[in-house]
Design a protein around this ligand. Sequence first.
Ligand code: GLC
Length: 538
Amino acid sequence: MKFKWWQTGVIYQIYPRSFMDANGDGIGDLQGVINRLDYLAHTLGVDAIWLSPFYPSPMVDFGYDVSNYVDVDPMFGDLAIFDELLNKAHALNLKVIIDFVPNHCSDQHPWFLESRQSKDNPKRDWFIWKDAKPDGSPPNNWLSVFGGSAWEWDEHTQQYYLHKFVKEQADFNWRNPEVKAAMFEVIRFWLNRKVDGFRIDVAHFILKDPDFRDNPLNENGETPLHKDFKDYDSQIHIHDKGHQDVHEVYADLRTMLDNFDEKEKVSIGEIHVFDFDLLSSYYGSVERKEFHLPFNFTLLGLPWDATKARHLVESYEASLPKNAWPNYVMGNHDEKRMASRFEKDELRAMSLMLLTLRGTPTLYYGDEIGMLEAEIPLDKMQDPWGINVPGLGRDGCRTPMQWTNAKHAGFSEGASTWLPVFDEQNINVKDQLEEEDSLLNLYRKLLKIRRSSDALKCGAFETLNAYTNDQFWFYRRFVDQEECWILINFSKEKKKINLPSFAQILCRTQSDDMSKEAIQSLTLEAKEAILLAKNPMT
Ligand code: GLC
């Protein structure tokens, strides 16, 4: 079987506002990404980048409120710069995946502006409009993820429209075939420009209960976080997202992608589903495929625990339908930074795990240097979610990339940056390149090994039961004659183990003792992960 680039490669997420500012306005841009392509392709050694939205947008939700799907916001550049980015990335063998936001658009998008003009406007039915209940209240109890009701009253046309996120993000009516046609046209526009794939924003949200039934209450729901908003978790969200009709849309999308270019384009679904059987349904069936990679977010909640790590990976593996390819995410622009979820040693071991599990890893910018979650004071807070619901803000994981120990960590030469730079002194690419045992050098080493190892890129996965208990998780990856072992010591103690003869220690996270003599009787340091090759690797 020939493996595709999105199976063997490693994806790196760029949040364009925060990666590199080339024009000094304090906000990252596409030229900034171009300037760092060499870092990505050579210094770090990833295979694909995913760019969070760069489309024209009022930026209420920082680009996830799109007001034109087929252009670039002047803040980030223009289409010519996008094309240049794409060409230069391709010349470096880097694939480019872009964000596609189908559930909603900005309330400033011409389609919505038209829709809200009158009840008989041809675009009225492109969005979800409903009458008020007789007492004037919203049509049902659905909530916005970002706090409050999901319905906004429109004084002019005397109806409510639906917004599952902020009120400036109006939800499309995907039951209207014109919407589907228009959105598929957007996909075609970017395919013609030669992008390599799409990360599809809240993919499962696009179809809701056609009868708009109330969500049932969640009896175990938490108390509201904010007195003005009902907590989102106070309901079970069975009617306001994930209606089974979504599968047809993504099967059609897959057909379109597969027909486009020798099956080389990838679709990645952002689907916050933590039940593996349900998540697996988004792969579709062998006859009617859907997503190549429905994002697997379960590692985001993984504590430092051998049994839980093993159980999570094994149950995920067991749930995968035939021919489905696994994937893992440890961080993104919506979640607390990985380096703030684990202690330093644990972080190194978890990074080794992420890059040695079977499946496509997606890395988040800055995680390779251990950027920490920043505390953003209320007066500097940007994220509408954090402003609406204290405690749920995402600014802390979106601070500018730390390149050097210069002003603004080398991210910008402007007077100020859109979010404060978290750490100008200690954690940055430049210093870590010079420190042999830095986290960045660990990532570089692991990415290099991974590139040269078929076992790691596409081999099978299996727990080594004889060595695994509640303190240790050992697993192997193997294909043909090549076999790698991954040993993770979750305990706080050193541990000596006897192994069958091995040819080579490839990488270890706590010690630099790589001696061959040490191999048969090996001491794992506390919280250490080790990667071994059974046969010498070339
Ligand atoms: C997704 C994005 C998030 C955005 C939301 C609404 O969850 O990852 O950043 O706010 O969708 O588009």
